[in-house]
Write a protein of this length. Structure first.
Length: 443
């Protein structure tokens, strides 16, 4: 046996005894790479999955016979283990390990970072293959996944046919970041607050929007932000209406899951939204204007599904009908039209004006003339127009003057005086209450 081998066997057996006393072999997740990084040494990039526990099972004689390990690798391994023992470093094990060297459960790392153990995996940045495994095995949140990882071990995941080494390696890195309570590292997968403690709604919303495919994001922008109909969205993007609805529903469902992690913020925003006040204020992270608008639309979609929103919508619809009735009965409606701005100032609270104007433009026999800013009747009968004119006059008027007033209305500007004359007998016979005496028919 060469001299360096004899020394290596002696050094390794001594270090191995110390490590066994500290129960290092009990940690099946520690890697040589992590120990090396922790004590500022280097290990070989192609051997990132080497486990400390696997080497500690070997006495020195077996180590120097390990396949593909020459003098350089063996000396480096001994140096890493020796330095780790001197510094009390155990990769993946936090500093509050008890005197027996027990490793706290992974979930303790979540608690110390104020991360809810019910964090939905769909909102994480874990590899897609890991997420598919969780979906197939009814693993729904972070706590459940960490429990499976601890109980089954990394080798179990590596043995699964649908999981590659890269995906399992990333899951391994994630779990070690949880164990170390490393908020900076975890921010690669979770919406960690910039403070390093707890989650950030802003970061979560940003990642949710940025996680959409460009095509889906464009579709949702036009659908939710710009108000494109399902039919128009389906036509523009060459898909079915049902597919558009599914994509929209997926975003709203994931947004609802994110809001569940921030119940206080959600209730505060909902209360402001119900009162039609500015409600979405994001200040603990960076989010672009377009991302903000789509996130706001998605949250608004969640709020619309709430019972409070349904009640509010019904109440608003009832109130809009009251205001529409006031317009229908307004004495100016059939004559020169009702000044909308003045009507809104008098009758409609500011927070309801937009909804009222939309309803006014969309249906019924009264509409807004955008060129004049006045609300007019879409097609009143001549008799009703004449009755409205006479109601505004204190004294009787001539047929000629009545005709002049009628042609000034927005709906009967081309009526002839002879037509009014021909209707006089019919109006009186059909409606005995018609104020026939307020017209001088023969002047």
């Amino acid at each position: 046996m060469k001299e360096w081998m004899s020394q290596a066997v002696q050094d390794w057996d001594a270090l191995r005894g110390q490590a066994i006393e500290k129960r290092w072999p009990d940690s099946k997740v520690m890697t040589v790479m992590e120990c090396a990084v922790s004590c500022e040494l280097s290990w070989f990039e192609k051997r990132v999955s080497d486990k400390v526990a696997d080497f500690l099972e070997m006495p020195g004689v077996d180590l120097i016979r390990y396949p593909h390990f020459g003098e350089t690798k063996i000396r480096r391994l001994i140096e890493i283990v020796k330095r780790s023992l001197e510094l009390g470093i155990c990769a993946g094990v936090p500093n509050d390990v008890n005197e027996l060297g027990d490793i706290p459960p992974l979930g303790d790392g979540l608690v110390s970072l104020d991360i809810p153990d019910v964090f939905p995996l769909s909102l994480s940045g874990l590899p897609v293959r890991i997420l598919h495994y969780c979906e197939d095995n009814n693993v729904q949140n972070l706590s459940q996944l960490l429990d499976v990882w601890e109980s089954m071990g990394e080798d179990y995941f590596l043995s699964l046919p649908n999981l590659g080494k890269r995906s399992v390696g990333e899951m391994h890195d994630f779990c070690n970041a949880v164990r170390r309570r490393d908020a900076a590292a975890l921010s690669a997968w979770l919406p960690i607050s910039p403070t390093g403690k707890g989650l950030s709604l802003t970061v979560g919303l940003t990642r949710l929007i940025q996680g959409l495919t460009p095509r889906h994001r464009e579709m949702l922008d036009k659908r939710l932000v710009n108000g494109l109909t399902l039919e128009d969205s389906a036509t523009e993007f060459g898909v079915t209406r049902e597919r558009v609805r599914q994509i929209e529903a997926n975003l709203i469902r994931e947004t609802e899951g994110l809001l569940d992690l921030f119940p206080a913020d959600r209730e505060r925003m909902l209360a402001l939204w119900m009162e039609n006040k500015p409600w979405l204020i994001l200040s603990d992270g960076e989010i672009s204007r377009n991302e903000y608008e789509l996130a706001k639309a998605a949250i608004g979609g969640c709020f619309k599904e709430r019972p409070e929103s349904t009640a509010k919508e019904l109440e608003q619809e009832e109130q809009i009908e009251v205001w529409r009735s006031l317009l229908k009965e307004h004495p100016d409606l059939l004559v020169e039209g009702v000044d909308l701005e003045g009507f809104l100032d008098t009758h409609v609270p500011e927070q309801h004006r937009e909804a009222f104007c939309i309803a006014l433009d969309g249906r019924g026999r009264i509409r807004l003339d955008h060129s004049t800013g006045r609300v007019v009747h879409t097609g009143p009968r001549l008799r009703e127009v004449v009755r409205a004119i006479l109601a505004k006059e204190d004294d009787a008027i001539s047929l000629t003057w009545l005709h002049q007033l009628v042609v000034q209305t927005p709906t009967h500007s081309h009526i002839q005086k002879e037509q009014i004359w021909r209707y006089r007998s019919q109006w009186k016979s059909d409606d005995p209450s018609f104020p026939n005496e307020k017209i001088f028919w023969h002047q």
